[in-house]
Design a protein around this ligand. Structure first.
Ligand code: NAD
Length: 513
């Protein structure tokens, strides 16, 4: 249950009085035009935030660059200690931040809290990692020589994030980047700027308490134009960008043009394969949660169900029945299952998708529609819809960021389902529901799913922070979070040391001087 209101949450997070445009926290939040943060929950204006001008940006970058010179010298385990303190602050403010996430973005309060928990989890992971940033040692081919590799921090890491995970994505990047010795400049989505300010305030508090420079964590605000300051800036060796494929293609080219590195986390078109050996009850839970959770606005949301013809009708009936029980409404009310879309543009995309699927020959089995009346004043609440479709429909090949689920039928072997699953340009998350070991292993094999995430008897939605997160093909190929994802935030150096009095040259070359 929510024990205090949104006003109190804004106060706890230091984002209450920014309507006047005053700068909050220790960082410069800009002197440009104002952008509005309007809640999709009730349509209310929460606050206005000043955007970052080019001059502001240059100042922020100077602060970051100078902070890096200091931060890189702090031993990694001590940097881990700062991240540990940051996680403690997140624990203290979890309720307030979870509430702001829910109110500004529109996901359920429970999911808002879940996002903050993910931040805490990645910090815990990063603390341990701060003692394990190790390279390999190799045997040199030359006598009296030692060879090894080490990882050094990169410098200033630029983070551009999407609206749908307004706080967690930042922390997946920063927690690792900070222990690696990097400093970060974050441009949150212009649709969720208050979440950005709230996080920045929490980080700034920790750095200040430890007499560390504020520039270790920097925030810039605005739309794609502010994002471009980052992508075009030679002083930023790594740009981590999360968002649409459209955005990723532009960012990738901008960063590559200056031979920078980019880490891309882009759109998905995630499918669950349901074979004749599937547990139907588990399938329904996984599919419904995956399709309607966060109102279909997760990069890992389930968009396609690829069902074997022998159980197609049974699965369809069970899912349609489950949809009848869904309650749509204020996400801060825990009895509701589905909250609003982010804004009315997203509502239009949802409506267009439903028109398009019918135009292409699809058959609607659960009607969609926009809700109006009391409780729906923001005009962002839509009914989760289901359509029967063909895998090759243009709209099915496309990611619609809304609760629209496509039912696709396959016949014959599981290979046919895998072909359908792999037939889209995106490659983020995938799943198979089966109790048949052969089918499961084929799905995971070299000839199986081509996605970055492949699950058995779990849906497509969500992931644990311990594994590397990301996807292939037009999802962008980047990996964040667990496993060895930290390596992208560092530069690798190979070192050879000669401890003899001879200098043997490579390839046996003689150089008599
Ligand atoms: P978006 O692409 O509209 O915006 C994402 C961010 O990129 C925003 O901060 C935006 O201002 C910035 N941006 C846009 N154009 C830019 C440009 N030319 N240069 C620099 N910055 C630019 O995406 P969105 O609507 O906020 O988020 C939804 C999308 O994000 C979906 O496609 C979803 O699948 C994807 N997503 C992917 C992951 C993942 O990990 N793969 C996670 C979350 C969201």
């Amino acid at each position: 249950t929510v024990s205090f209101g949104i006003d109190k949450a804004l106060e706890v997070l230091g984002v209450k009085d920014i309507n006047e445009g005053t700068s909050t926290g220790s960082n410069n939040f800009g002197s440009g035009d104002l952008i509005e943060s309007r809640s999709p929950v009730d349509g209310q204006l929460i606050a206005q935030v000043k955007t970052t001008t080019k001059a502001d940006y240059n100042q922020v970058l100077e602060t970051a660059t100078s902070a890096f010179k200091n931060w890189r010298l702090v031993p990694a385990p001590q940097r881990g200690e700062i991240v540990r303190q940051f996680a403690e602050k997140l624990r203290e403010k979890k309720e307030a931040l979870g509430k702001l996430v829910s109110y500004e973005m529109g996901k359920s309060y429970q999911e808002g809290l879940g996002e903050v928990q993910e931040m805490i989890d990645i910090c815990d992971f990063a603390v341990g990692l701060s003692r394990q940033l190790h390279g390999l040692t190799m045997h040199s081919e030359r006598p009296g020589h030692r060879m090894y590799e080490q990882y050094h921090p990169l410098g200033v890491v630029g983070i551009i994030s999407a609206f749908n995970f307004p706080v967690a994505v930042w922390s997946w990047n920063t927690a690792l980047a900070w222990v690696c010795g990097d400093v970060c400049i974050w441009k949150p989505s212009e649709k969720t700027p208050l979440c950005g300010i709230a996080c920045q305030n929490i980080a700034a508090e920790v750095f200040k308490a430890n007499n560390l420079p504020e520039g270790i964590s920097c925030l810039v605000n605005g739309d794609y134009q502010v994002g471009e300051f980052i992508t075009k800036d030679k002083r930023i060796p790594l740009v981590s960008a999360t968002g649409s494929i459209r955005m990723g293609k532009i960012v990738a080219q901008e960063v590559a043009a200056r031979l920078g590195k980019s880490l891309l986390e882009l759109g998905g078109n995630n499918a669950i394969i349901v074979t004749p050996d599937a547990d139907i009850k588990m399938t329904v839970i996984g599919a419904v949660f995956g399709a309607v959770g966060t109102a279909g606005q997760r990069c890992t949301s389930t968009r396609r169900l690829i069902i074997h013809e022998s159980i197609y009708d049974k699965v369809k009936t069970a899912i349609v029945d489950a949809y009848k029980q869904l309650r749509i409404g204020n996400p801060l009310d825990e009895t509701n299952h589905v909250g609003p879309l982010i804004d009315t543009d997203a509502v239009k995309n949802y409506q267009n998708a439903l028109v398009k699927v019918v135009e292409e020959g699809g058959n609607i089995v659960v009607e969609g529609g926009v809700l109006t009346g009391e409780g729906y004043e923001s005009a962002c609440y839509v009914k989760p819809a289901i359509a029967e479709a063909q895998p090759e429909f243009e709209i099915v090949q496309h990611e619609t960021f809304a609760p629209v689920l496509y039912l696709l039928k396959y016949s014959g072997d599981v290979e046919n389902a895998i072909d359908i699953q792999n037939s889209v340009v995106q490659g983020l998350s995938s799943a198979i529901m089966t109790n048949n070991l052969r089918e499961a292993e084929r799905f995971l094999s070299v000839a199986g799913s081509d996605c970055g995430i492949a699950n058995v008897n779990i849906g497509t939605s969500g992931a644990e922070i311990g594994g590397a997160f990301g996807g292939e093909k037009e999802t962008g190929g980047g990996r964040e979070s667990g496993s060895d994802a930290w390596k992208v935030y560092m530069r690798r150096q190979t070192n050879t040391i000669n401890y003899t009095t001879e200098l043997p040259l490579a390839q046996g070359i003689k150089f008599d001087l």
